[in-house]
Design a protein around this ligand. Structure first.
Ligand code: PNS
Length: 159
């Protein structure tokens, strides 16, 4: 049985195969998923928000119940506005756990009816992060196996 509307918030700076892995799992579980791209992350984003959105759309065009949007401010306020009942986060390793738990508890405090659900990517996608992708690409490394094709092409055009 599929449940309800879920948001998947993040910086997506850029989207990686890890994010896509989580999204493919989520799209089987929820009726409607909104990828909520934070416009003003505390860490300065490297990619303009429009580029981040385009790369996400190119990467998940086959997932018909997934849409992309941007938000500013608190994730819980955005979730309320969209009548979302679930917040999805990916959990890669133990190192993610403390920060993710802190965010989940704070979000629960702010909006008790919003359920955070953690989805676990497959092992090969568990070591990926957007910052590693940028670092490897900046030094000329091959990122084609760890990001969607559109992201790989985007970074190849920059170098
Ligand atoms: O992809 P990221 O950078 O790990 O995503 C982090 C994100 C965007 C989910 C988090 O920073 C967030 O929710 N920011 C919005 C501001 C907010 O709600 N802060 C309180 C979170 S407890």
């Amino acid at each position: 049985m599929k449940l309800t509307t879920a948001i998947y918030p993040g910086s997506f700076d850029p989207i990686t195969n890890g994010h896509v892995d989580v999204l493919r799992r989520a799209s089987k579980l929820f009726e409607n998923i909104i990828i909520a791209v934070l416009e003003n992350p505390s860490k300065t984003p490297s990619l303009p928000v429009n580029d981040r959105i385009k790369l996400i759309k190119d990467s998940i065009s086959d997932l018909k119940n997934v849409n992309v949007d941007t938000f500013k401010g608190l994730t819980v306020d955005y979730a309320r506005k969209k009548n979302a009942q679930v917040l999805i986060r990916g959990l890669r390793a133990v190192s993610d756990f403390e920060h993710e738990m802190q965010m989940a508890q704070m979000n629960k405090n702010l909006y008790p009816d919003l359920e955070t659900i953690f989805l676990v990517p497959s092992v090969e996608n568990s070591f990926l992060s957007s910052s590693l992708v940028k670092e490897v690409s900046a030094f000329g490394g091959d990122i084609s196996q760890i990001v969607p094709e559109s992201v790989n092409n985007y970074f190849n055009r920059q170098t």
